[in-house]
Design a protein around this ligand. Structure first.
Ligand code: AKB
Length: 339
């Protein structure tokens, strides 16, 4: 029997998977997933078959390879920055070992299909490492090739995997993996909360306020990093994957949207939820991570090569997406939420 063509999403139970999978299903992808845990019901509803297993082991991957014709891979599985600092060996195993397994799978699938296989890799602003505040101010909108000296295990893992992908796409014997990578900023979703990241203070602040809970921010008020609303991240990923390979001049692209300081983010939260209680108690590990990340990214290549234009700036993200959706999520329809 011919193998069914499918799109594989790893780490499908995470935040990006939650937002991406319905969009892939709407675009008629037959989706199979690989995650450590069974998917939540709202994501599972869109999935043809889910595998539970470890991305850094090979059992489930072998079964997928034998059963399906994998045409595209969205390799989302990873430990985020704070988790990776706490468990660096595990981070390396999952972030690097898992990516190597996906590159191998893409390569083998391309060989058996006689066609290149596309692989989307979400990288991160953590691939950058600014040495001090002066440099962070000077290189305020960082370009892809600048300051690639990550200061975290996660950043090192992601940067190395970007290079592996570039190698597989352009220099390996087969060049069979059509590797495409976006460097994502901190993401803010109205529907889900991140775990183990360092940009988590943004979404945590908003979701706490909507629930009427006090929030102690783990970075200082003047901490500035780039953020993006989840729908723009998904749009950026889908646009990159849809682009004609001939238009892509690089394998890794910054994509940006807005970059408030923690205090500016808090002002937006307070405007929507005036009695939100937000205090600041910087955690030295997490503060140091954010201090080494750029204040903003230059995403000109993504704009010209595949038409990345975020729909949401900071104000629109709050007014048109985040606030209405978190109010719905927490059942706040009286106008008195969080007060
Ligand atoms: C993290 O905080 O680790 C991630 C990221 C910016 O890559 N959200």
């Amino acid at each position: 029997m011919p193998r069914k063509p499918v799109t594989l999403v790893t780490g499908a139970g995470g935040e990006i998977g939650h937002a991406l999978i319905p969009r892939l299903a709407a675009a008629s992808h037959t989706i199979i997933t690989l995650d450590l845990k069974p998917l939540p019901a709202d994501t599972a509803a869109f999935v043809h078959r889910q595998y539970t297993g470890d991305i850094s082991a090979t059992e489930a991957i072998g079964e997928i390879a034998n059963t399906y014709k994998v045409r595209e891979i969205f390799h989302l599985a990873a430990l985020l920055s704070t988790s990776s600092e706490r468990s660096p060996a595990l981070a390396h195993k999952v972030n690097v070992g898992g990516t190597l397994n996906m590159l191998d799978l893409a390569n083998e699938q391309a060989a058996s299909q006689g066609e290149r296989v596309k692989m989307l890799f979400p990288s991160t602003i953590a691939v950058y490492g600014l040495p001090d505040r002066k440099t962070k101010n000077e290189f305020a909108r960082i370009k892809e090739h600048q300051w690639q000296q990550p200061t975290t295990m996660y950043g090192c893992n992601k940067l190395y995997c970007e290079h592996l992908g570039r190698y597989m796409a352009r220099y390996s014997a087969t060049k069979a993996v059509d590797f495409r990578c976006v460097r994502l900023p901190g993401l803010i979703s109205a529907d889900t909360l991140p775990t183990g990241g360092t940009s988590d203070f943004g979404p945590e602040m908003l979701h706490a306020a909507a629930q009427g809970k006090p929030y102690e921010c783990f970075v200082a008020e003047d901490t500035r990093i780039p953020f993006m609303a989840m729908p723009d991240a998904v749009d950026g990923i889908l646009r990159l994957m849809a682009a004609d390979a001939a238009t892509l001049t690089q394998t890794s692209y910054n994509i940006g949207a807005f970059n408030p300081s923690a205090a500016e983010f808090a002002q937006m939260v307070l405007a929507a939820f005036p009695s939100a209680q937000i205090t600041y108690k910087p955690n030295p590990l997490r503060q140091a991570i954010c201090d080494a990340w750029p204040a903003d990214v230059d995403d000109a290549p993504a704009r010209s090569d595949f038409g990345h234009y975020p729909a949401y700036d900071l104000r629109r993200a709050f007014d048109d997406y985040l606030v209405p959706a978190v109010r719905r999520r927490y059942g706040l329809d009286t106008g008195n939420a969080g007060r």
